[in-house]
Design a protein. Structure first.
Length: 357
């Protein structure tokens, strides 16, 4: 390892170390490695960055693999702050590695979903923006990374931008069309099949229609009346699309028009593909609760949970239903389960505090 004595090395202090010059007699190599990673995470334009990278690579030749595994594990456990710091350090260590950029996009996408489930909409939107920037960067890689287009396609599906989603899935299939199933492996074959299924759904349901996207955008930002007008135009030409009836019900439910919303959600269930959607049963349950019919609400929530057992929105609504039925102990158990899946869920934590549990 080449050490340049003219260049100072960063040192990460231990917790509890006093201010001032550290005690070099007790300095551990890990403190220098941590210091190097911190600079890479937060000071990408540091004048000695190239030297720091060479020191870290010489000291830990497998550092990228180690850090990537650690970041994925932290993200899986929803230790998001530490996972983000590790990903940023990875990117600082090798900014040209597009696989790292793609992993960061997936991480930001996951973090946004977690925040949205926990009711932190503004934070979710901010991380969705970060995810999109990283997806776009990964899709510009040379040579191309097919998985960047596959995962970006589902990101755009989540944002209801079906035109962009279609383009991503078509590009993914074009990039993998000449690869044999043996070379793709089981996961690659699944992805090709899944991409084609999504493209077929987009075409069959005419989800690229400008009225469909406009309806989602309006309702999502609180302009329900405009959204309802757009989705009704879409439904006149596409009456068999479950997503459209769901969106109609969503807008009506947000306006407090629960009877009309119930009709729209029930119509959605009769359309092809609609009967499998846990979110539709969850929305039906909300409407029945607002109507005061707890028995029907409970039945809908049980059906929704059977289709998506780890959906915290559904579990949380079972908690609210228990409160309506006068069973605070049962409600508390549901809210505690929500926090086991999503420790940052502000709604469940607030309800538990009200219940003094």
């Amino acid at each position: 390892m080449h050490i340049d004595p003219t260049i100072p090395l960063p040192v990460q202090r231990r917790d509890g170390d006093p201010a001032g010059t550290p005690d070099f007699s007790t300095l551990a190599p890990e403190q220098i490695l941590s210091g190097l990673l911190t600079v890479m995470a937060y000071d990408a334009k540091h004048p000695h960055m190239q030297y720091y990278r060479s020191v870290l690579k010489a000291a830990r030749p497998d550092i990228k693999k180690e850090l990537c595994e650690a970041a994925v594990l932290k993200a899986k456990n929803e230790d998001f702050d530490l996972a983000e710091e590790i990903f940023c350090a990875l990117h600082g260590f090798d900014p040209d590695d597009m696989a790292i950029v793609l992993n960061m996009a997936l991480f930001f996408d996951q973090r946004a979903d977690s925040y949205r489930r926990n009711g932190l909409t503004e934070d979710a939107d901010a991380y969705d923006d970060s995810a999109l920037l990283h997806y776009k960067e990964a899709m510009q890689a040379e040579p191309e990374i097919p998985d960047a287009f596959f995962n970006a396609g589902f990101f755009y599906m989540k944002k209801r931008d079906y035109t962009e989603a279609k383009g991503c899935f078509e590009t993914y299939l074009a990039l993998t069309c000449d690869t044999s199933d043996d070379d793709l492996g089981e996961n690659g074959v699944y992805k090709k099949t899944r991409a084609q299924e999504v493209l077929n759904d987009i075409a069959a349901m005419n989800m690229e229609d400008e009225h469909f996207k406009a309806a989602y955008d309006y309702i999502n930002r609180g302009e329900e009346e405009k959204g309802l007008e757009e989705i009704r135009i879409f439904l006149q030409r596409n009456p068999g699309v479950w997503n459209a009836w769901f969106m109609l019900g969503w807008g009506l439910r947000k306006l407090g028009r629960y009877d009309d919303a119930l009709q729209a959600f029930e119509k959605s269930l009769t359309c092809e593909g609609g009967e499998a959607q846990a979110d539709t049963y969850n929305e039906l349950a909300i409407c029945w609760m607002e109507r005061g019919d707890t028995a029907k609400a409970k039945k809908c929530l049980e059906t929704a949970l059977a289709r998506d057992p780890e959906n915290t929105k559904i579990i949380s609504n079972l908690g609210f239903l228990a409160l309506k039925e006068g069973d605070p102990a049962l409600a508390a158990r549901y809210f505690q389960i929500v926090l086991e899946y999503a420790p940052n869920d502000t709604i469940a934590r607030s309800e538990l505090e009200k219940l003094d549990v």
